[in-house]
Write a new protein. Structure first.
Length: 182
């Protein structure tokens, strides 16, 4: 399978280690599995997220998946745009994904996808090139990210295989089977 057309990084705002460890790790897992090349978390630095992602990538592949925690989101957003990338903020208040996805797809710019946790500062809405709603009901940052990436890649990432994986699933109708990649 061809590598993704774009560099995609997911920025998780306001990570609070005690409260958000599990959800932020799941954002990282979703980002990796659905076509992004990295996860940055803003808020408190949390090396447990880096460790959890390392455990997964060392078994299931994509050791190059970048995880950086405790970033300064304002600085990262500014730098991303200065370097020519675009910022896509997922929020139920934005424009419906059906309205904007073809424009986002047709742009070759690298994509920084921002998801919130607590209240998202209004500055993020202003700096974003797109504020994108995955429907206009409140749900979850993990669901929003998965649906956004799945739509962007038109389902193709569900067939993604990682060349450096030590283990792969052998799909079966019953039970759990794992094999070494051929
Ligand atoms: C649980 S929500 C909390 C949002 C927060 N209360 C606020 O006022 O911004 C956390 C994150 O999930 C994502 N999210 C939830 N529902 C969404 C939707 N319908 N469309 C896009 N993103 C959504 C957004 O990234 C949001 O920042």
């Amino acid at each position: 399978m061809k590598p993704p057309k774009w560099r995609i990084v997911v920025l998780r705002l306001d990570h609070r280690p005690e409260r958000d460890k599990r959800v932020t790790t799941h954002i990282g897992l979703t980002a990796r599995a659905f076509g992004a090349s990295g996860l940055w978390t803003a808020g408190l630095k949390d090396l447990k997220i880096v460790e959890s992602m390392k455990q997964v990538t060392s078994q299931w592949g994509y050791k190059r998946f970048e995880v950086i925690t405790g970033v300064n989101w304002r600085h990262r957003l500014r730098k991303w745009k200065e370097e020519g990338g675009e910022v896509i903020h997922l929020t139920m208040y934005g424009l419906h994904i059906d309205k904007v996805i073809s424009k986002i797809d047709s742009s070759p710019r690298a994509k920084l996808i921002v998801v919130g946790s607590s209240k998202v500062p209004i500055e993020v809405f202003k700096v974003a090139d797109y504020n994108v709603a995955i429907g206009h009901q409140p749900h979850s940052e993990i669901a929003a990210l998965a649906i956004f990436l799945d739509r962007l890649f038109q389902g193709k990432m569900l067939h993604k295989r990682f060349l450096d994986a030590k283990m792969e699933i052998k799909p079966t109708a019953d039970g759990k089977r794992v094999k070494e990649p051929e």
